[in-house]
Design a protein around this ligand. Structure first.
Ligand code: SOE
Length: 372
């Protein structure tokens, strides 16, 4: 059976996922067959061009016309269009795959997770960094007890595309459309990785203290003689505690001059430690013995997670491959009527942490992360 896929959104994420769908049959022959069926957007002309370029058979300017007409619905639009179409698709019994953060607000994420619970179909959350082979390798080390009891988690995600005050305004700078800024866009990834890596041992993030900052509060609108207010954070930081007692620090910025897409995570445990950097995503630094220093493990062997599908050992893979892996897992869950992982519950759990950072920033105090 061929899964007909409907995709809302054709810019950055639309391209990343369309590329992944095209690569699947070439590199993952056991993946379900998919057809890039309908591309959904509002601007008819741009949509037609994008459908042509990205290999979709047809277009629709209203998601309502497409959601129960396809086997899978991908919601890759801006954050404020995540909830309504995703909930409607789930109610129509169509599996949904949604970009992160799940919604602009915790309330929206709760509604989406509730719709996913009621629906008997997979609802996947797009945390692509879980699908970096080195991250899977790290998770296996932690699960096998090689790091012992986890004491510290440090995650930071640094970009610098807004450091110029003349950089144009976009929906990512607007609270209504995005929910939050660096916090939701970047922090959601780091929080998800932290949960993914140590959550089985340490449980959820229990409480935290957070801080948000906006450095430039209005920006020019591209091609127009006006500015728009920036109503989200440009950067956030937080210190947190897991239920199991591990301490965490998190940070993200769009003003980290010199850092383009620098996502790092470090974990220290009683028996060992590890360090990962997205800028060197084929490597993992692992410390296995106190005082013996870190060894660099090259995660490019056939035996490493997902690598057998690509090139001979040492022929590195990149950022776009993470999308292929995540599409493979999600579509396999759809074809086998299995569980998506990560799913909307993971999206909601991350959103509870984002919400706690915002509440703590407002009160200036430590706050508890909301519970299920
Ligand atoms: C832009 O800040 C962005 O593209 C995020 O939206 C992505 O989730 C992240 O992977 C890279 O940066």
């Amino acid at each position: 059976m061929t899964l007909q896929v409907g995709v809302l959104g054709y810019r950055f994420m639309g391209q990343a996922h369309a590329n992944a769908l095209a690569r699947l049959p070439m590199f993952f022959p056991d993946a379900p067959d998919v057809e890039r069926d309908v591309l959904i957007g509002r601007d008819e002309e741009a949509l037609a061009d994008a459908a042509d370029q990205l290999g979709f058979s047809r277009t629709a300017t209203d998601w309502r016309d497409a959601i129960d007409d396809v086997d899978v619905f991908y919601n890759l639009g801006p954050n404020h269009v995540h909830a309504e179409p995703s909930i409607a698709a789930l109610e129509a019994g169509t599996p949904v795959f949604c970009e992160k953060p799940l919604a602009p607000t915790l309330e929206g994420a709760e509604e989406m997770a509730a719709a996913a619970r009621d629906a008997d179909v997979p609802a996947g959350a797009a945390f692509n960094y879980r699908f970096v082979p080195a991250i899977r390798y790290a998770k296996n080390l932690i699960d096998d007890g090689e790091l012992g009891e986890i004491h510290h988690v440090r995650g930071r995600y640094l970009q610098d595309w807004l450091v110029d005050p003349e950089a144009p305004w976009s929906w990512r700078n607007d609270e209504e459309m995005a929910g939050s800024g660096a916090l939701g866009d970047l922090g959601s990834h780091t929080v998800d990785l932290a949960r993914f890596l140590v959550g089985d041992q340490q449980g959820e993030i229990d409480r935290l203290s957070g801080h948000l900052q906006t450095f430039v509060d209005e920006r020019p609108v591209e091609g127009e003689d006006e500015t728009q207010p920036v109503t989200v954070d440009d950067a956030y930081s937080a210190q947190a505690e897991f239920e199991g007692g591990a301490m965490a620090t998190f940070e993200a910025s769009r003003f980290a001059n010199g850092h383009k897409n620098d996502h790092t995570i470090e974990i220290q445990g009683s028996k060992g430690s590890l360090k990962f950097s997205l800028e060197r995503l084929n490597e993992l630094e692992v410390l296995r013995e106190h005082n013996r220093g870190y060894e660099t493990v090259l995660v490019t062997d056939e035996s490493d997670p997902y690598i057998e599908h690509w090139w001979p050992p040492g022929h590195v893979i990149g950022w776009e491959h993470t999308f292929v892996h995540e599409n493979y897992e999600f579509l396999t869950a759809v074809a086998e009527s299995g569980e998506a992982s990560p799913n909307f519950e993971d999206g909601l759990a991350a959103q509870r942490v984002l919400d706690a950072v915002e509440r703590s920033d407002q009160t200036g105090e430590w706050v508890d992360v909301e519970r299920a």
